[in-house]
Design a protein around this ligand. Structure first.
Ligand code: ZN
Length: 530
């Protein structure tokens, strides 16, 4: 006579949600045994997943079967027994060897002779089901991310609305977070001060203490707060309400970069790391100290790169001379600021042109993002490069979109970035002349982004937008010459005679200095028609 063990299992796994409760399984199995007249020696109840081998009660049961205590198993479905190939194989093997003589489920009877293949298939399916499930789950989450829904626990300042499966603003804490950004952007606070400020305003650690300064930093660099989010290493556009605008966020990043560097530059051996790429192979430039000097060189991660070392002093001098080429003479800065002030007074006409340019810029960035994805899919670029460039484009797009939406609401939102740019540009000369490497680095990053390369001990640069214009202007005009700024542009296309750089008109139209020229032109025409 065959003796049976009853085995019931339910875990908290997602795939087990639809499975009968342990009690219900046991009730069914006892009825089944009774109806079929099966002799039950013991009942085994397990509350864990069968995804991985190593269930203690399951193993115990098999051991007792091997010692002959029972010859059959009663279970609700075969997938209760195994969901991994190890346990599945063991069950199959014991059945083939007739150690197990029968496995009874609510709808089937598995016997050594006829059902091994069938059972293998069923166990195999169970196994495949697990794999599908986990890939379905991550696919589902990625899909969610693409729709702009952050698939995770909301950062502080937000709450997960579990009912609607969305992320909503935490009314109390969001105010503290926003204020923390504003406070830090002023540039006088340490991260510890921010933790203290947050603490006083109700944002505390799990144990009710002030946040560690690393957590404070983590908040300040999280793009979630301006409307994007990171997921699986990628950055996505979120649907949630931003707490801060991109402009404020960027200011905070500048302060973080500045404060992050100790003021004593001699003690910072790698002050210029992360600024340059190798002009030959495209890898990063790193630094090392030898015999009291700091040398910069290509990491040569790709191999086969022939670039030599450069001493820091030589590199720094080279970078200073580059900065000088992009510095705005004081006279020009004054003139441009004056024109910006005038512009503020009579601006409505120019808004349309400006908005048009911004829209073009947004769609251009979207195209760039698409092209980048293509490159990545075609495996023309590696994941690291893809992610880094994507972050850059996404961030730029967000900034432009912000200015765009402000312009559409009216006002003269370009004037603020314009004024900031004039200020940045007029400070460069001073920065070029002093020895503070971190501030040189951050200025260079503003002008060139990641477009600075080092080849044969010389720095090669590709400036962005308005900086290119400024550099060309500096080449062609003396510091005291101001008339060119006032010269009217002809037609809407920027055909200003002094721009000799070989650049496309679309690119030029985007730059702010030129935009100013266009607004001047409009004003000039207005005056003429009066
Ligand atoms: Zn190299």
């Amino acid at each position: 006579m065959t003796t049976y063990f009853i085995y019931a299992r339910k875990s908290t796994d997602v795939e087990d949600k639809q499975v009968l409760s342990i009690e219900a399984q046991l009730a069914e199995l006892r009825t089944l045994a009774k109806n079929e007249g099966l002799e039950v020696a013991a009942e085994f109840v397990e509350k864990r997943s069968a995804k991985m081998p190593g269930r203690p009660i399951f193993n115990d049961m098999l051991q007792r079967i091997q010692t002959g205590e029972a010859q059959g198993i009663v279970c609700w479905k075969i997938d209760r027994l195994a969901r991994n190939p190890v346990d599945g194989g063991q069950i199959s093997w014991l059945l083939q060897q007739s150690v197990i003589q029968s496995i009874r489920t609510h709808d089937r009877n598995f016997l050594p002779a006829d059902n091994v293949l069938m059972m293998s298939v069923e166990l195999g399916m169970a196994n495949q089901f697990i794999r599908d499930l986990s890939s379905n789950t991550s696919r589902g989450l990625r899909h969610k991310a693409r729709r702009g829904e952050f698939p995770g626990v909301a950062p502080v300042g937000y709450l997960n609305d579990t009912r609607n499966k969305t992320i909503i603003v935490d009314r109390k804490k969001s105010k503290a977070i926003k204020a923390a950004f504003e406070l830090y952007a002023q540039g006088n606070s340490r991260l510890e001060d921010i933790s203290r400020f947050l603490y006083e305003n109700g944002v505390r650690s799990f144990y009710g203490n002030p946040l560690h300064k690393d957590r404070a930093r983590f908040i300040l660099v999280n793009p979630f707060y301006y409307g994007h989010f990171r997921y699986g290493g990628e950055i996505y556009e979120g649907k949630h309400t931003p707490l801060v605008d991109k402009h404020l966020f960027d200011k905070v990043q500048v302060v973080l970069a500045r404060r992050g560097h100790p003021q004593t530059t001699e003690k910072e051996p790698k002050a210029l790391c992360g600024l340059l790429r190798c002009g030959e192979c495209g890898m990063g430039i790193t630094a090392e100290k030898q015999k009291g000097h700091i040398y910069y060189r290509c990491t040569k991660k790709k191999g086969g790169c022939s670039q030599p070392y450069v001493r820091e002093e030589i590199l720094a001098a080279d970078l200073s001379s580059i900065l000088t080429r992009y510095a705005m003479p004081e006279g020009w800065a004054k003139e441009l600021s004056r024109m910006a002030d005038e512009d503020e007074k009579e601006s409505s006409r120019t808004t349309a042109t400006f908005v048009h340019g911004l829209r073009e810029q947004v769609s251009d960035l979207s195209r760039k993002l698409d092209r980048l994805t293509d490159l990545y899919v075609e495996q023309d670029i590696d994941r690291e490069t893809y992610l880094a460039r994507k972050r850059g484009f996404m961030s730029e797009k967000k900034s432009v979109e912000e200015i765009l939406s402000k312009s559409q609401r009216g006002g003269t939102p370009w004037l603020e970035p314009m004024r900031e740019w004039i200020k940045d540009a007029s400070l460069l000369d001073g920065i070029a002349k002093n020895d503070d490497l971190p501030s040189k680095k951050s200025s260079l990053q503003k002008i060139f982004g990641s477009n600075l390369t080092l080849r044969n001990k010389k720095v090669e640069e590709i400036p962005a937008k308005q900086w290119a214009t400024l550099c060309v202007a500096r080449k062609n005009f003396s510091e005291n010459e101001r008339s060119f700024i006032l010269a009217p542009a002809v037609g809407l296309e920027p055909t200003t005679y002094w721009l000799t750089a070989n650049r496309s008109t679309i690119e030029l139209r985007r730059n702010m200095l030129l935009f100013l020229m266009i607004t001047l032109k409009t004003r000039f025409q207005n005056k003429n028609t009066k």
